[in-house]
Design a protein around this ligand. Sequence first.
Ligand code: SF4
Length: 86
Amino acid sequence: MDDKNFRFCRKCLTRDMISKDEYFKTLQELIANIPEDIKTAPELYEERLKTCTECERLADGMCGACGCYVELRAAKRANYCPYKKW
Ligand code: SF4
């Protein structure tokens, strides 16, 4: 896909977006390399992301409340939703 035909899904997570953009690849690599001792357990991580995908504040993979990429925010156990949804 060339860049002029690339379109964002405003309700998708970055991992679900089809793009040549290295930025999203780097974001996923960053998440994959979070140390296990501070990383969210896989089941809890998916619960958090499910909540985000159902939230009206999610747009382009980012939380409209805090500006974070939700996949990165949710991947660290100690982090929390600014609206206390998780
Ligand atoms: S972190 Fe909270 S407020 Fe932000 S998109 Fe996820 S559920 Fe919504």
